[in-house]
Design a binder for this molecule. Sequence first.
Ligand SMILES: C[S@@+](CC[C@H](N)C(=O)[O-])C[C@H]1O[C@@H](n2cnc3c(N)ncnc32)[C@H](O)[C@@H]1O
Length: 284
Amino acid sequence: MKIVLNYPTRLDNNSYVARSKMNKRPNDKPLLLDLFCCAGGAARGYQRAGFYVVGVDNEKQPHYCGDEFYQADALQFIQDHWREFDAIHASPPCQFHTRMNKGLLQAQKRNKVHPDLIEPTRRALIETGLPYVIENVVGAPLVNPIQLCGSSFGLMVERHRLFESNIFLMSIPCAHGWQKFDKPPLHSMNGHRKAALSRVYGVYGNGRGKGETVAAWSIAMGIDWMNRYELTQAIPPAFSEFVGVQLMNVLNVEKPHNTAWSRLVQGTGILPAVVNQSRIEKPA
Ligand SMILES: C[S@@+](CC[C@H](N)C(=O)[O-])C[C@H]1O[C@@H](n2cnc3c(N)ncnc32)[C@H](O)[C@@H]1O
C-alpha cells in the first residue's frame, strides 16, 4: 500500500542538532517514537516503563518531557525515521471525534474541517512492521481497542481512552466506585457548587466555569509539568505506563533496570500475568 504524504517536514535531517542528539541515545533502552506528542502525557508513562522516548509534534512543545523532541509532521517523520525505533506510539488529534465536537461541528456544518489523521497514521504504522499503539478518545474509529480509565489507577479523572495495537494488550476494568464513595465531594475543595455532583475532574475546556485550578487538574491527572491547555490534550502517564510495560515485554531487547518493567518482574508492580518468565533476565 502506498502512503501519500501531503505535508512538508520541518525537521532538517542533517542538522548538527539532530545528529548530535541522536548520537547521545543510550543503547541500554529501547527507543519509542511518540507521534503527536504535545507536552508528553504519553511520553512520561513510556519513560517509566523503561523506554527512551523521542517526541514529534508539528507545533513547538517547550514543555515536552520526553528525551528528545522534533518539530515535524508526524506522517513524514515515520517515513523518514521509523528504522531508528523499536516501537511507535501515536495520539492523532482527537477534536474530530470527541462527542462534543461531533455535535457542534455537525450543527455548524463544519464537521469536515479537521483532517482525520487516524487512518493514514495506522497505514503508515502498519507499513513499518514495528509494534505500535494508537491512542484516541471514545468514539474514534480504532480497531479492537482496549479502554483505560483513571479510576483503575487511583486518579481523580475518568478520562476514558482507547488504545489500539498490533500486539496483544490486556485491559483493566473501570473502578468508578471508589471515586464516588471514598472521597470528599470536589465542591468542598473547589468552593464551587457546580462541581457538587462529581468527585472526579473533567479536564477539558478552560475549567474555570467549574472553579477548577491547574493545580487541581495536575494532581487529578498525575502530571505536574503542563499548563492548562496541555493538560486538556494529555493522557494520564499511568495509562501509557500500563501499555508500555506490555509493549516492553514483546520487544526482543535487554530489559532496562529500575523501570516499571523491572519492578513488575520483581513482583511489586502491576500486571504480573503479562510477564513471560522465560524471557526474564536473572539479576546479577
Ligand atoms: C491530543 S494531542 C497529543 C497528546 C499527547 N499524547 C499527551 O498525552 O500529552 C495531539 C497533538 O498532535 C499535534 N499534531 C496535529 N497534527 C499533527 C501533525 N500532522 N504532525 C505532528 N503533530 C501533529 C498537535 O499539535 C497536538 O499537540
